[in-house]
Ligand binder design. Sequence first.
Ligand code: AMP
Ligand code: MG
Length: 405
Amino acid sequence: MPVSEALERLLAAAKPFQAVQDIALIDARGQYLASAVRARVDVPAFDNAAVDGVALRYADLDEPGLTLPMHLRVAAGDPPATLMPGQVARIFTGAPVPAGADTVIMQEDCEIADGRVRLPGQETVHAGDNIRPAGQDARRDETVMERGERLTPQSVGLIASVGEARVTINAPRILVLTTGDELQPPEEMPLPGKIYDSNGPQLEQLLIQSGFPNVLREHLPDDPELIRNALTRYLTDPQQRPDVIISTGGVSVGEEDHLRAVLESHGKLDFWRLAIKPGKPFTFGEVEGLPFFGLPGNPSAVLVCYLMLVLPTLRRCCGQENVLPQPVSLPVKFSIGKAGKRQEYLRVRCTPGHQSLVLEKHPNQSSGMLSSAVWADGLAVVPVGEEVFPGDELDYFSFADLLNG
Ligand code: AMP
Ligand code: MG
C-alpha cells in the first residue's frame, strides 16, 4: 500500500479524543485546544497611545506653530479622561486616549517644555496618527483560537490578552509498549545477547515534543501470556486505560512476534505491508475501540513512522484539519542508483549550497541506526521507482517542522 493511501485511511479512521482537560493556560503550551477560545474583551480594550507624545483634536492643528499649555497628563494605567476642544494632553505609550482627542503626535515631532507644547502644523500630521484602536487585535466574543490548534508561546500570549486564564486541551493518555526479549533498560549492566531499549525513550520524547505529554510506558517480553496480562490490566483499570496504544517491535511475521496474536484477539489489525522505507511492518488497528499503532522494532523506522503516519493521525484526533506536513523542495548533493519499490525517507541534512540550500545524505541509512538520525536535521523523500542524481530536487521535511506542526 502506498504511503498516501495509508495516510488517507488513518485520517479517515481518526475519531476525536474524548479525553479533555481544563487546565491553567500557563501549563498548556505545546498542547492542542479541545475547544475554541473566544475573546472576553476587546483587545486593546480602549483606544490608546502608540507612542509618548501629545493627544489632541486634529482639527485644532489648523493654526501652524500653535503653543498650548498641557491640560492633562495621562500615563499607562490611568483611567480614561476627557479633553475639550482646544485642549491638549501629555500622553504616554499605552495610556487611554482621552475622549475628544483623535490624534497623538510623537513627542519628537513637537517641542515640549515647562508644561507647554509647540505643535506642528496639519501638513506633517494625519488625523488618527499613533492611536491603537480598541479591538484591533481581537474583538469581544470573536474566536481567537480554533479547536485543534496547538498552543505556541505566541498563542498563549494572545489567549492571556483576551482574559482567559484556563483552556480546555486534548489530554489523551498514550500507552507505549515496547516488546522483545532482547531488550533491557539502560540502568542495567549489559548482558550477552541483549541490547538496550532505545525505542521506548525515543518514542516517549517524540510524543512529549509533539504535544502529548501524558505517556505511559511499559516493556513487554516476547511471552504471549505476559503480553495478554499487561494488556488486560491496561484495558480494565480505569486509572490506566489509555486513549491510544503505540507499540514497537513484535508485529512482523516472525515466530517471536506475539504482540500481534494477542492484539488480534482483542480487536482488529490491518497489515498493510506499507510501501515505506523504513517502516514496512507498520500496523494500524483498533483494540477495544482504541486506536492502535504497531510500529516496527527498528529505531529509525520508529522515528519515520511516528512523524509521517502516527503524528498526523493524533493531530486529526485533536481536531486539526491540516495535519499533513508540508515539504519544501530542495536539490540534493547525492545520488540513489537503484529505483526502490517503497517510498524512502532518507536521513538528510540541509546545508547552504551555492545558490540555495542543498541536502546531504548520511552514508548509513540502516533502519537499525539512530546516530544517522541524530546527525540529520530532517527527512528527504525518494518516491517509488525513482533514481536520484545530484542536482535533482526532493521533498524535504525538517524534524523541527514535523514536530512543531
Ligand atoms: P522486531 O520487529 O521485534 O523483530 O524488531 C526489529 C529490530 O528492532 C530487532 O533488531 C530488534 O532488536 C530491534 N528493536 C526492537 N525493539 C527495540 C527497542 N525497543 N529498542 C531498540 N531496538 C529495538
Ligand atoms: Mg521483537
